[in-house]
Design a protein around this ligand. Structure first.
Ligand code: G4P
Length: 528
């Protein structure tokens, strides 16, 4: 059996798109599905007005705002591979979910807007990928619109990420005048022709260099010269360097016109890594062919208003999973049957029969599961927890109606356990009025929405001046609390001692007065 599991694992490509809002992630996702023939017409995923409803908007609030709060996984076959595209929230705010999703993938597509280059959120997400050492494919999108020069964009990627960009395709025509691309490995020119509305796959014609037509000749020659210069300078793909995150293949695209999408799918199929052995808590690597194991990376509640259910998303790490199997929750040692496991394709849940390493499964009504938890079959294993990320936003919370305190406490407890928000306790604050901490302010909105709708305990927040949390030790709490404008707290989830500060200057101040006090970053190192 394990050889077939290993073969199925080898076909899997589990990947996420990381980008700044508006770079075109939804459009690209849709285009990828269209090319892979997973959907008939563009418009089924994109949630903007006037198009068909997005398949990844679950919560009411999400629908109201037209954004994706929850992360979904789309699975589709392409050639002989199975691609699991794990969605990251597409809004301007950042939340811990965005980070956690990246613990479930084996590689990422970094999507840039040709007119904007590396933007703030792309950089933040890239940092998480770097910490996890996952290989990155770079796509420069919106080449149909005026933008920076291709060489300048490569330079920016190299400067900002430290990865050497290795063009896999190179644009023929400047940004805003996109004729097609030169394939780096064949030297051929692929000419793109847009279909009306971009709703079906774009027409692609292949020309050997000698056969390039007169109308494309000047632009082709200019592009060819650049390709040769880049190759001479060593900007060439190398599988090992890519796997080590030292290089990143670069493709040029116009997602809205479906240009460059087929090349991207081929790169994902040919270069993106398949699932491989994951280290357990003790650092022992568990081969993909061993017994079933999976790690929960996200718990989502309230997606289906009629059922009030909770769906835990887990990535299969090893073995095969069959519906009905009895699996064990490593944290509690409890076993449960898995009648209601679903694969998730946006709004539609299909009952899942089996899943292999790299696949994402949704476990319905999995009340006890939390992000980071391990599930296993007969061969026990426990993977290292997903670290809590450094919060940057802090508010106190209280029940809007004090008579609802019981519900309030239950709700806050629950949301803390799910990882929706981090709850911080301190000696100086009561349980009626704890501090909530978040990576992105959106987490407060989700908290408020769920407290009102699910726990029947509407809440009020009060802003706190803090912008920074640093890890400290119990013995330093006195020094921390003695500093004005700084507060020592304990994170309820893991008991970590944190110092909340309103500026970096306070670190200097504390260090000067208490040289032995520990103040260290709350790590985003989610690597092995
Ligand atoms: P996101 O998920 O990363 O936030 O981006 P999304 O796909 O929603 O795209 C943001 C905007 O950029 C959309 O325009 C989309 O049509 C446009 N876009 C995406 N890819 C390309 C591309 O390759 N070329 C050009 N020119 N535009 C692109 P919008 O006006 O906000 O929405 P819509 O009304 O066009 O849907």
């Amino acid at each position: 059996m394990s050889s077939s599991v290993a073969a199925e694992a080898a076909r899997r490509r589990t990947i996420a798109v990381i980008s700044h809002p508006d770079a075109g992630k939804s459009t690209l996702t849709e285009a990828l599905l269209l090319h892979a023939r997973a959907i008939g017409q563009a418009g089924a995923v994109h949630g903007k007005a006037g198009r068909q409803g997005t398949v990844s908007d679950w919560m009411d609030m999400e629908k109201d705002r037209g954004i994706s709060i929850s992360s979904s996984a789309l699975q589709f076959p392409y050639r002989d591979t199975i691609i699991n595209l794990v969605d990251t929230p597409g809004h301007a705010d950042f939340s811990e979910d965005t980070y956690r999703v990246l613990t479930a993938v084996d590689s990422a597509i970094m999507l840039l807007d040709a007119a904007k280059g590396m933007e703030a959120q792309t950089m933040k997400l890239f940092e998480v990928c770097r910490a996890r050492r996952i290989p990155i494919i770079t796509v420069i999108n919106k080449w149909d619109r005026p933008g920076h020069e291709a060489l300048a964009l490569l330079d920016e990627v190299e400067q900002r990420t430290g990865m050497v960009p290795t063009p896999w395709t190179w644009p023929v025509g400047i940004a805003g005048d996109f004729h097609g691309v030169i394939e780096q490995w064949s030297g051929d020119f692929i000419r793109y022709t847009r279909t009306p509305g971009g709703s079906t796959v774009a027409l692609e014609e292949r020309f050997a260099p000698v056969a390039v037509e007169e109308r494309d000749r000047a632009d082709f020659d200019a592009a060819q010269e650049e390709v040769e210069l880049l190759a001479a300078d060593g900007y060439v793909h190398d599988a090992e360097l890519f796997a080590a995150q030292a290089t990143t293949p670069v493709l040029f695209a116009s997602a809205v016109s479906n240009f460059g999408v087929a090349h991207l799918l081929d790169v994902v199929a040919d270069m993106a890594p398949a699932p491989s052995a994951r280290p357990d808590r003790d650092g022992v690597r568990r081969p993909v062919g061993s017994g079933f194991s999976a790690q929960v990376f996200k718990v989502q509640a309230g997606m289906d208003k009629a059922h009030r259910d909770r769906l835990a998303f887990a990535r299969v790490c090893s073995g095969v999973f069959h519906r009905g199997d009895v699996i064990t929750h490593a944290a509690t040692g409890r076993s449960f049957t898995t009648k209601y496991v679903s694969s998730v394709f946006g709004r539609d849940r299909e009952t899942l029969e089996e899943a292999f390493p790299g696949d994402i499964i949704g476990l319905v009504n999995a009340g006890a599961l939390r992000a980071g938890d391990t599930l296993h079959g007969d061969e026990p294993v426990e993977f290292p927890p997903i670290p809590a990320f450094a919060p940057e936003h802090f508010r106190t919370v209280r029940a809007a109606d004090p008579s609802k305190f019981k519900q309030f406490q239950k709700g806050i407890e629950q949301l803390d356990q799910e990882g929706v928000i981090q709850v911080l306790d301190s000696e100086t604050r009561s349980r009626q009025n704890p501090i909530l901490a978040a990576v992105g302010p959106m987490q407060f909105e989700v908290t408020s929405h769920r407290m009102a709708n699910e726990f029947n305990a509407p809440v009020r927040f009060d802003e706190l001046p803090y912008t920074l949390a640093l890890r400290t030790r119990e013995e330093d709490l006195g020094a921390i609390n003695a500093t004005s404008g700084v507060e020592a707290v304990e994170r309820r989830q893991d008991g970590a001692h944190l110092a909340l500060l309103s500026g970096k200057w306070q670190v200097t101040w504390i260090k000067r007065n208490h040289p032995d006090a520990m103040l260290e970053p709350v790590s985003v190192d989610v690597g092995e």
